[in-house]
Design a protein. Structure first.
Length: 324
């Protein structure tokens, strides 16, 4: 049984996949399996994958189902004691697995964070979001529980690739990614984080995150429509697990902000559809038991957005109302 299963979903990644795979194969830590899920690629990705000859590589070929299903399918066959994720345009530092494994085993943790660093056209630079600045020095060199971070969980990076997880823990809590949508790592992260008993952090850059024009989070386009459904999934997770009352102030603000910013930044051709999705969601909220909380807990800017959507018939009417 390998110590670590690295899960790598791939879709039309011929430009970058070779570097990603090589970054795993060249690790200082060698006791791993690399599960690559070819999610219906139509470019030269599969030929590049087949060019590697390493017994630690397992390739799953499937019709295009999206990153959530690809990761779930890999989890179903993974046999490592620990789980790590890698995106097909990114890569690990040479000692990523060794350092992450040493940290999580030292503290017998359920999950461990590490830092990520951005790469763009030859330039490497830090990003506050991935620097773990929410965790001050008092969180280092020990394990902690989510109860120690009640007011800051929505300031954490939700990126699934920024952590190493105990496999038995993920199986015990039945951790699964939402399928058929983008931003699937957001509800997955909060479910896993709040279920964990022991968490630790490493203040070291172990992961290189490539910024480019085709990356999912770089271009605001139709995929950002999924921020509405991802927020709905997140609400259900908090309600079903009894976390809603503890976190509702920050949770409701977080749920509002994702689609609010997406509606602001989406190209004009997407705004009508995005507004329709948001309005349908808010109308369902109005008919449900949490409507009063949205009115009572939201700050003035987010509350105005919420009510403006409810009171507008379409995006054009909303745009006028939102400027008043």
């Amino acid at each position: 049984m390998p110590k670590i299963s690295v899960i790598l979903p791939v879709y039309n990644s011929e430009k970058y996949i070779k570097k990603s795979v090589e970054s795993v194969l060249n690790q200082t830590f060698t006791d791993f399996e690399l599960i690559i899920v070819n999610d219906g690629s139509t470019d030269d990705t599969i030929n590049i994958l087949n060019s590697f000859s390493d017994s630690r590589i397992k390739i799953i070929n499937q019709t295009n189902q999206g990153p959530g299903a690809a990761r779930n399918n890999a989890l179903d066959v993974a046999i490592g004691e620990y789980i790590m994720f890698l995106d097909s345009d990114d890569w690990y530092s040479d000692d990523c697995l060794e350092t992450a494994y040493r940290e999580i085993t030292t503290y017998d943790a359920d999950m461990t964070f590490f830092q990520m660093i951005n790469y763009n056209n030859g330039e490497v630079y830090e990003n506050d979001w991935f620097e773990l600045k929410t965790f001050d020095e008092s969180f280092e060199n020990r394990f902690f529980s989510p109860a120690e971070t009640p007011g800051s969980i929505f300031d954490l990076s939700v990126g699934v690739c920024q952590k190493i997880y105990r496999h038995e823990f993920l199986k015990r809590i039945d951790a699964r990614f939402p399928e058929g949508i983008f931003f699937e790592d957001m509800p997955f992260f909060y479910y896993v984080y709040l279920k964990a008993d022991k968490i630790s952090i490493i203040k070291k850059h172990l992961y290189y995150r490539r910024k480019h024009d085709e990356s999912i989070t770089h271009v605001v386009d139709e995929k950002f429509l999924d921020t509405v459904e991802a927020g709905q999934v997140l609400m259900r997770i908090f309600i079903e697990n009894g976390w809603y009352d503890v976190y509702k102030y920050d949770l409701l603000a977080y749920k509002i902000n994702g689609p609010r910013y997406a509606l602001r930044d989406l190209p004009l051709k997407c705004k009508d559809k995005m507004f329709e999705l948001i309005k349908k969601d808010y109308e369902e909220i109005k008919r449900g038991p949490y409507y009063g909380d949205f009115l009572d807990e939201l700050g003035p800017v987010k509350k105005k957005f919420f009510l403006d959507v409810l009171e507008s018939k379409n995006y054009g009417e909303f745009e006028i109302k939102s400027k008043s």
